[in-house]
Write a protein that binds this ligand. Structure first.
Ligand code: DAH
Length: 343
């Protein structure tokens, strides 16, 4: 038996597995229930009593050596396998590539400014119903104002669990309605998100884009509060000294309604292509909430007033980074995206 053990020991010591499968085969051959070691232990029962101690030790040693060989060679396979993938978890963090999308950068910068003023971020669904996108915002059925926004309809058939038309939201103003439904006063939210319009794609328009909506409802909220808040935002985002102006406008859900322009941040107001030589660029719509929309959400317009505003994230990003084609944001061209690595 001694010779047998010695022979096997020499055999296993010279073994080198060239694959995981070969190693497993090796394990089965020696250590499985029907393997060589089990056989030897059976033989061991016949060993003369005076030899038992020595043989037992040798046998156990052989068994342990085989296990060690397996463990050792197993490790090698694990490390070579890892090295084959591109993922190296030991690399320092700055060696990792990647950058945030410019729209995501702009969105969080804008969010941060309003958060410091006490606004909280609110969300709503992208697949909406007519009520939240139009009806509750004072767009009566067949009102021409609905044509201001070309809508993607998903279903026009009212059904049991979809009480009214299902559509993709055309603006984040729908989140205003969802916030008002909670009826917890005061309301001070900003709602960033994706919106959808059935428009031909060009340098100036896209069928998917992003907006940030703002809504503040409380006692005694006035147009002066709106102006001051937006003025503050512009100074923070576009820099001290940026001028603002408000032009009268029309939105069904605000009365008074306005459009806000800022002095062109490219030419400083002297006139360039971006501002079409006017010195001004439009950045958002805003106004005082129409009493009808407060009533639609069971808020008493005698007690509460509010203001709202809405801006396009792409538009702000285009001004900030001087990008002249909206399609750049959606094409995932690395030459474009890599420019924001340190932004
Ligand atoms: N929802 C408008 C749009 O998509 C933007 C807007 C204008 C939002 C005025 C407002 C607002 O909250 O008061 O064109």
């Amino acid at each position: 038996m001694k010779e047998k053990i010695e022979k096997i020991l020499a055999e296993v010591k010279s073994f080198h597995a060239d694959s995981k499968e070969a190693l497993e085969q090796f394990r089965i051959q020696y250590l499985s229930k029907k393997g060589t070691i089990t056989e030897l232990f059976t033989e061991f029962k016949q060993v003369a009593p005076e030899m038992r101690k020595e043989m037992g030790m040798r046998l156990n040693e052989l068994k342990n050596t085989i296990q060690d060989i397996i463990d050792e060679q197993q490790k090698q396979f694990e490390t070579t396998n890892e090295a084959k993938t591109d993922l190296d978890l030991t690399l320092p963090v700055d060696a990792m590539k990647g950058s945030r999308h410019p729209l995501s950068i702009v969105r969080s910068e804008i969010e941060d400014i309003f958060k410091r003023l006490g606004f909280v971020v609110a969300e709503g669904p992208e697949v909406e119903d007519d009520y939240h996108v139009f009806a509750a915002l004072n767009f009566p059925p067949d009102h021409p104002a609905r044509d201001m926004q070309d809508t993607f309809f998903i279903s026009k058939e009212p059904s049991e669990n979809k009480p009214t038309d299902v559509l993709l939201r055309t603006h984040t103003s729908s989140v205003q309605v969802r916030a008002m439904e909670t009826n917890k006063m005061p309301i001070r939210i900003i709602a960033p998100g994706r919106v959808f319009r059935n428009e031909a794609i060009s340098a100036r328009a896209h069928c998917i884009f992003h907006q940030i909506e703002g809504l503040y409802i409380d006692k005694n909220v006035s147009f002066a509060d709106l102006k001051q808040t937006l003025y503050h935002f512009v100074q923070e985002y576009f820099g001290e000294g940026t001028k603002v102006r408000f032009r009268p406008s029309y939105f069904p859900f605000t009365e008074t309604s306005a459009e806000m322009d800022i002095s062109c941040n490219i030419c400083g107001g002297t006139g360039c292509n971006i501002c079409k030589h006017t010195g001004w660029v439009e950045i958002m719509g805003c106004g005082i909430c129409d009493p009808n929309i407060l009533k639609a959400s069971n808020i008493d317009p005698e007690e509460y007033t509010g203001y709202a505003f809405g801006m396009g994230v792409e538009r702000i990003a285009m001004l900030k980074y001087q990008i002249n084609d909206l399609r750049m944001f959606f094409e995932n061209d690395l030459r474009f995206l890599e420019q924001f690595e340190n932004a």
